[in-house]
Ligand binder design. Structure first.
Ligand code: COA
Length: 336
């Protein structure tokens, strides 16, 4: 699915993120499974990840991220009129994470909805927020993306437990009084028949007649996901640029879902984008699913690389299989 060039009347105006204190290093993993720091770094680029405490769940991480957003935004969030929470790992089926966030901040005028588009969820949530604001139905939307992947990770499976980490990010999407259009182009796509990446966390005991392995934990065919992502995202980038009538040189920052550093390198190579113009969170945080893009944006802000007015190409992809890419202007004021 593709949209015409810039019908957007929305922009991102604030960012906040949070990761739990506890760190799980590659050396810690060497004590859990038959692996090595060298293997993990060479295949994934990951050095460490943050892990939620036993009594810390996705809504707690999202609330912390939104608190940090509120600090830098410098104003109350009372007039938020919709909360969209992206997560694959909610505390409960219901109440939803978005309802927990609403309750904490007492946003009395806000609707609340959770969305699950796996690791592409943040990009999907931004797409929805842009659409709702551009249609005139909403003026200020809080998007939170949070994950406690550690709670669905099997720490006896060396092919998955090295990958995942926990964290959350929040952005504010607001109506743009100048109607300059912060969102320039979008692409969405799905391959529901992909079926190579199963989270054994739902209610069903089988899928398409096949029993599920894994008992409440992530099971995947990593190599297949890797190949699909490189192929799909590089083609999507081409389409996004074409739609927006832009070239690679117009992009200040490429922010792909941070699943694996080698995967990011392969996407950049195939899409002919310089790695130096990439923001990622995977080295220090692992794959945090839908939280990985806001965490990468935060790394860009903290290091002074991502600046107000920069053009960002962000691209989420994940289980489903599903993907979403967006071209947008970064409208968050620089921290002085
Ligand atoms: N330490 C040491 N060896 C490991 C290992 C680990 N942590 N995990 C797997 N291996 C072994 C395998 O057992 C296999 O051994 P064998 O050849 O003796 O059978 C060998 O390494 C190669 O396994 P393979 O799965 O083919 O490795 P890979 O190069 O594809 O790397 C991933 C595995 C998981 C790192 C990689 O496929 C990946 O990152 N895929 C993407 C996954 C992902 O991002 N999913 C979420 C998408 S949103």
């Amino acid at each position: 699915m593709a949209t015409p060039k810039s019908l957007s009347k929305a922009r991102i105006t604030a960012l906040g993120t949070y990761v739990p204190d506890k760190i799980l290093t590659n050396e810690d993993l060497e004590r859990l499974v038959d692996t090595s720091d060298e293997w993990i770094v060479q295949r994934t680029g990951i050095k460490e990840r943050h892990i939620a405490a036993e009594d810390e769940f996705t809504s707690h991480l999202c609330i912390r991220a939104a608190e940090r957003l509120r600090e830098t935004y410098g104003a109350a969030l009372d007039d938020v009129d919709l909360i969209i929470a992206s997560t694959t790992t909610p505390d409960f089926s219901f109440p939803t994470v978005s309802c927990r966030v609403q309750q904490y901040f007492g946003m009395e005028r806000a609707g609340a909805i959770d969305l699950n588009a796996t690791c592409a969820g943040f990009a999907y949530a931004l797409h929805l927020a842009n659409g709702m604001i551009s249609s005139g139905l909403h003026r200020k939307i809080l998007v939170v993306a949070g994950e406690t992947m550690s709670k669905i990770t099997d720490y006896t499976d060396r092919s998955t437990c090295i990958l995942f980490g926990d964290g959350a990010g929040a952005v504010l999407v607001e109506a743009d009084p100048e109607l300059s259009g912060g969102f320039e182009s979008v692409i969405l796509g799905t391959n529901g028949a992909g079926g190579i990446h199963v989270y054994r966390t739902g209610l069903a005991e089988q899928m398409d007649g096949q029993p599920l392995e894994g008992k409440g934990k992530i099971v995947q065919n990593g190599r297949e996901v890797f190949k699909w992502a490189v192929r799909t995202v590089s083609a999507g980038i081409e389409q996004l640029l074409e739609q927006a009538e832009l070239t690679r040189e117009d992009i200040d920052w490429f922010v792909p879902h941070s699943a694996n550093l080698r995967m990011i390198e392969s996407i950049c190579e195939k899409a002919d984008l310089p790695l130096a113009k990439t923001l990622q969170s995977v080295q220090d945080m692992g794959n945090t699913s839908s939280a990985s893009i806001p965490l990468a944006l935060q790394a860009g802000v903290n290091s002074g690389r991502l600046k107000f007015g920069d053009r960002v190409l962000l691209y989420g992809f994940g289980s489903g299989l599903t993907h979403a890419g967006l071209l947008l202007r970064w409208d968050v004021p620089d921290l002085s």
